[in-house]
Ligand binder design. Structure first.
Ligand SMILES: [Fe+2]
Ligand SMILES: [Fe+2]
Length: 298
């Protein structure tokens, strides 16, 4: 951690130089909002009130619940990376930026009556109460590898949700959130690139562990499998996107598969990553074929 601190200082300065402040309240259509049932005696939510396709509703719910779990992510990252010095400044700044994502998304969904607010709240309670833990990924290098992959995956999911929602305000909100995730990804990816230089074997091993066992957050959400299937079919997030837009570009940018100068452990990890990428590509192709066959036979 001490060895990477100068990188963190430099990348934090770079981040603060390019991150544009934005105002979440400006992305909520307040004039369309109406009181709900309950203490205000308004109208309860009805499914016809949502103008969004089912898959987009699913994606927004899963994306929002993931953002809702920020306390767990903050805890894990703060514990692994520390709360002192440049690391601590980054962790807190990152948390402040992330925190606006859940609040603005929820306000947007409520004002638009885009999803069932009671179901959303029930899912949030269960999801946040279950917490998130990184499993076996207990070293700072695992944390850096995970956050790099996760920020890029989240950027793609938000961006694709926006593109498919058929709602111009929703699209610009999702693009705005995706722009935050992009800068987070750049920060973590650049720290991780420096980690690969400083600790090539350990960093490559951490990346192999994370990539080979990676799942989009949300697997603990009730009804997640059905939602994930609709999200995949709509092209918001699926194996193809995970391979084409997340894993392959990261491996290219970090030159993981072509790195030389690795010891035996690093070479083994490099091999695991190569095999994983090949398997992922084959699985993605099979899933695409299956989907196309189902679609044409309908
Ligand atoms: Fe976020
Ligand atoms: Fe992020």
């Amino acid at each position: 951690m001490r060895e990477l601190e100068p990188s963190v200082e430099r990348l934090l300065d770079q981040h603060l130089g390019v991150a544009r402040d934005w105002l979440p309240h400006q992305y909520v259509p307040w004039s369309e909002a109406r009181d709900f049932d309950g203490p205000l005696g308004g109208a309860a939510w009805e499914p016809e009130q949502s103008a969004l396709p089912q898959a987009v509703q699913d994606a927004l719910i899963v994306n929002l619940l993931t953002e809702d779990n920020l306390p767990s992510y903050h805890f894990e990252i703060a514990v692994r990376l520390g709360r002192d010095g440049a690391w601590g400044t980054w962790v807190h700044r990152w948390t402040a930026e992330e925190d606006r994502h859940s609040s603005v998304l929820r306000a947007f969904l409520h004002a638009r009556r885009a999803v069932d607010p009671a179901v959303l709240e029930e899912l949030r309670m269960r999801h946040v109460a279950a917490g998130w833990s990184p499993g076996n990924w207990r070293t700072p290098l695992h944390t850096l590898a995970y956050t790099t992959v996760q920020e890029l995956a989240t950027r793609q999911a938000h961006r694709n949700t926006g593109a498919l929602c058929g709602d111009r305000l929703g699209e610009s909100l999702m693009a705005r959130i995706a722009a935050d995730e992009n800068l987070h990804m750049l920060f973590y990816r650049q720290v991780f690139a420096d980690a690969l230089q400083a600790f090539p074997d350990d960093a490559t091993t951490a990346l192999a562990d994370v990539l080979c066992d990676f799942a989009m957050p949300g697997t603990g959400i009730r009804g997640f499998r059905a939602r994930a299937a609709r999200i995949a079919a709509a092209g918001v997030y699926n194996l193809d996107i995970h391979h084409e837009h997340v894993v392959a570009p990261l491996l290219r940018t970090l030159a993981v598969l072509t790195a030389s100068g690795l010891g035996p452990a690093g070479r083994r990890a490099q091999e695991r990553i190569g095999l994983h990428a090949e398997r992922l590509q084959a699985q993605a192709a099979r899933a695409r074929e299956l989907y196309e066959r189902q679609h044409t036979s309908r």
